[in-house]
Design a protein around this ligand. Sequence first.
Ligand code: MN
Length: 244
Amino acid sequence: MNDRREFFKKIGLLGLTGIATKLVSNDQLNVLEALGQQSNQSAQFTLPKLPYAYNALEPFIDEQTMIIHHTKHHQAYIDKLNKAVENLDGKFVLEDSFKSISKADIAIRNNGGGHYNHSLFWQLMKPNPDSKENLPSGKLAELIIRDFKSFEDFKKEFIEKATKIFGSGWCWLIEQDGKLKITTTPNQDNPLMEVAAEKGKPVLALDIWEHAYYLKYQNKRADYINNWWNILNWKKAEELYNSK
Ligand code: MN
């Protein structure tokens, strides 16, 4: 059994090397992912599967960026988070840890935030191969107009704040005491953390780390931010708004 695990691990490793050069198909990747999870059953946190293919967000986010971002960056946060919590007493609940994150190990803040934020980020996007206009609907659309005057005003403020983040961080739409607000966090912090300047429930999340866009957009961060609106999953955002 152990030999088999080692074998799978090695295949996984070879597969991941291939990923960067697009030598592995999505089907093969799914198999490798499943194997990776199988060989890592004792770990508390595992990489969530993407709800779409790695190339599904083209042309707005390219396949290579998605593969590396998901299988390398997100996986690294998970691995480091698992290591940071493995010797803690009692059950570790990630969302609970955010409430007193200033007292936690910095590895939990950085990697727990990294895991949580990316898990949200993937779900908050969806394919739009025909580049159709992509707008919110229902209750969330109404609330955006209530709190930002118009969708255009909302979008402008979000783009402005996201573009101006200095260094690495995230731009968020949050619900704070019944009101929608746009806020940013540095590094892998998020609005659920007690240390956040503006706290609230995340409704939208945009990754502004260079690893999220640099392969395709290089220094043109604003183009990445502008293109993201095409693949925003408004249905998921509404779900998050309505969640407890
Ligand atoms: Mn990222």
